[in-house]
Write a protein that binds this ligand. Structure first.
Ligand SMILES: Cc1cc2nc3c(=O)[nH]c(=O)nc-3n(C[C@H](O)[C@H](O)[C@H](O)COP(=O)(O)OP(=O)(O)OC[C@H]3O[C@@H](n4cnc5c(N)ncnc54)[C@H](O)[C@@H]3O)c2cc1C
Length: 613
């Protein structure tokens, strides 16, 4: 089934859930007007729906054949990439000084969602290029910026992000790729990287690799890592392509999903060493990498939203068409059906006369509502994080920028892990809604499930995100950052209660319980960081889920309140209130169980080694 970009939903979530509307109104984005925002979203929606969407199945089936060191992208991908970059999409949020359009990160986030819904294996490449641009803008020398930024921003060249080595995955500090100082100020890079996304391809003439490596006299661990730009082709003084650098793809992986995204093993130094150029200072590569990773982690969260949106669209369409059983006959078990007269049996199960579309069955409805509610909550969380990034960059004074930067830091691991878990969960439910047709490849539901599975693994596994949240983000500003956020979601919950609208059902009460759980668990974890780190770590993943359920519930409630305020939006308001209520009464209620899991269950994790013997 084809994807249709949900432009109106996306615009609503951006403006009314994520705080983009108020930021626009207060002038955070200068004279940027709502008309321009709407026009950008509309155009992105068209491009994603019409040009990229049809590439998804082609990419999955064709893959990226590898021969003699070269990777061929699937039919139609090169043309689509050129049309996409020439339309300026790659540089949407990049600095104007280097040829970008300097539009908000939040607007770019909405577009990233659409590119990745349409074809995730396509959208992934630009995500890495944009992350490289961020690192170069923040940390590169003027010479490096002049040489590489304009073409990376226009999309004429693409970038890669190279951390992983066989012995260095989650533990980046274990990497061994070597960098040696050369007399001309460049560095000689030797070593091997694995799992490098778009490490080789035919979409662009040059590929700019952002590579982490270690100097001979570097301190051990992450304190001794430096970041280098290593272009596939070196440049002449006038910027034109010169000799091929000593870096090549050795092979590509055969994967469960994202078949059209080449994942390469890269070899540096077959002929003595690749030429690299230092970004930032020696041994300060992790700081540069964090600039890249924050952006990339949010983008991967957006990929989770993207795949969830596409899978939900497909499941909804199928559930409206597929007829099976009669909604009124829901009480029948197979035994009871077997006792029915023959004539009555003919009406059951075969889509015969009187059969209902499966969307009419409450259990299917529950699946579809879960899919829609999780997707919208994840979208709101990702966009909220993107608005915080904008405030961190554009805020009026230093204090506002610092507070926004900490807000973005706090929310980034939640946005990444919750949204990608959502992508996987929703894609799995989409297969379930299709029944047996979901398990065969023709419907496309299986591809979403296969594609989604990587999201919880790359860009820092979701386990690592949870640990980051608990050990590095909760302590920010002595706990003030997380407390301020909890205070904010409490105000939304209070507004729901104050609205006193029966349509909200128990939304206010259930969300209040969820936020109470979040607050208590946060304090409990902060108290254990120093004295009992293993217990805190054992609770990290359930805590992140608890955080996301409380925050996601509040964000959907915020959207529902906003919808009821927007004049002439009646039907939409009813739909948004219904969804917020479903989330609060069916999903946010899991918060109290998660609180118990963290506070009481962690001990049983750490004392149960015998069970794994
Ligand atoms: C398709 C694909 C594309 C990729 N693209 C890129 C890319 O472009 N650039 C790049 O550099 N890398 C890339 N990667 C690598 C990816 O980022 C790593 O696979 C990921 O970081 C996990 O590392 P690992 O595979 O070594 O797993 P491991 O680190 O061995 O982890 C295995 C398991 O142990 C857990 N674990 C590990 N350490 C800890 C700890 N300290 N505490 C708690 N749990 C822990 C993990 O959460 C995970 O569940 C890609 C991988 C794939 C499959």
């Amino acid at each position: 089934m084809t994807y249709r970009a949900p432009v109106a939903d996306i615009a609503f979530a951006l403006k009314h859930g994520a705080g983009f509307g108020p930021a626009l109104a207060e002038g955070l984005y200068g004279d940027l007007g709502e008309d321009t925002v709407d026009a950008v979203l509309e155009e992105a929606g068209k491009f994603a729906t019409d040009i990229l969407g049809p590439l998804n199945t082609v990419g999955d089936r064709h893959g990226t054949p590898f021969k003699d060191g070269a990777v061929t992208t699937p039919p139609g991908w090169k043309e689509a990439y050129h049309a996409w970059s020439q339309a300026g999409w790659n540089g949407l949020a990049a600095p104007a000084q280097w040829g970008g359009q300097q539009l908000p990160h939040a607007l770019n986030a909405a577009c990233i969602e659409m590119w990745n819904s349409a074809a995730m294996a396509f959208g992934l490449g630009p995500v890495l290029t944009m992350a490289g641009v961020d690192a170069l803008v923040a940390h590169g020398s003027d010479a490096l910026k002049q040489a590489y930024l304009p073409k990376l921003i226009s999309g004429e060249w693409m970038g890669t992000m190279q951390l992983t080595e066989p012995q260095a995955g989650s533990d980046v500090g274990a990497l061994r790729t070597k960098a040696e100082r050369m007399p001309d100020g460049s560095y000689r890079i030797t070593g091997q990287k694995i799992f490098i996304t778009y490490g080789e391809h035919d979409l662009t003439d040059n590929i700019i690799h952002f590579v982490l490596a270690r100097l001979p006299d570097a301190p051990p661990g992450t304190r001794g890592i430096s970041l280098f730009v290593v272009p596939k082709f070196l440049l002449n003084a006038d910027g034109s392509l010169a000799a091929r650098n000593d870096v090549r793809a050795h092979s590509i992986e055969h994967k469960l999903g994202i078949h059209a995204s080449p994942t390469c093993t890269m070899v540096f130094g077959d002929q003595g060493g690749a030429t690299g150029f230092l970004v930032g200072e020696e041994n300060r590569g992790m700081a540069c990498m964090f600039t890249m990773m924050n952006q990339a982690r949010l983008s991967v969260g957006l990929q989770g939203v993207a795949i969830a949106e596409r899978a939900t669209q497909q499941a909804l369409a199928y559930a409206r068409e597929r007829k099976q059983g009669r909604a009124a006959d829901l009480g029948f078990t197979r035994d009871r059906q077997d006792n029915l007269p023959k004539s009555a049996k003919a009406d059951l199960g075969g889509g015969g006369d009187g059969a209902s579309p499966i969307i009419a069955h409450p259990d299917v409805k529950r699946m579809l509502l879960t899919m829609r509610a999780l997707t919208r909550a994840a979208r709101a969380l990702c966009y909220t994080t993107a608005v915080a990034l904008d405030r961190a960059e554009r805020g009026a004074d230093a204090a506002m920028r610092t507070a926004a930067d900490e807000r973005a830091s706090l929310l980034t691991p939640v946005a990444k892990a919750f949204s990608t878990d959502t992508g996987i969960e929703v894609a799995s439910l989409a297969v379930q809604v299709h029944g047996g047709m979901g398990f065969v490849e023709e419907t496309g539901a299986a591809q979403h499930y296969r594609d989604a599975r990587i999201l919880a693994i790359y860009e820092g596994t979701n386990g690592i995100q949870a640990i980051d949240l608990v050990t590095r983000k909760l302590p920010l500003s002595g706990g003030a950052t997380v407390n301020a956020y909890i205070g904010e979601i409490r105000r939304t919950v209070a507004a729901i209660t104050a609205a006193n609208d029966p349509a909200f059902g128990a939304t206010g009460a259930r969300l209040e319980e969820a936020v109470d759980s979040l607050e208590r668990t946060t304090h409990w974890l902060n108290g254990r960081q120093q004295n009992d780190p293993d217990t805190a770590l054992a609770g990290a993943t359930p805590y992140l889920r608890l955080f996301a359920l409380a925050a996601g519930g509040a964000l959907l409630a915020e959207e529902a309140l906003a919808a009821s305020r927007v004049a002439g939006n009646g039907a939409d308001a009813a739909a948004r209130i219904a969804l917020a209520r479903f989330f609060a009464e069916n999903l946010a209620v899991k918060a109290s169980g998660l609180e118990r899991t963290v506070v009481e269950g962690a001990d049983s994790v750490n004392s149960a080694d015998a069970a794994l013997a």
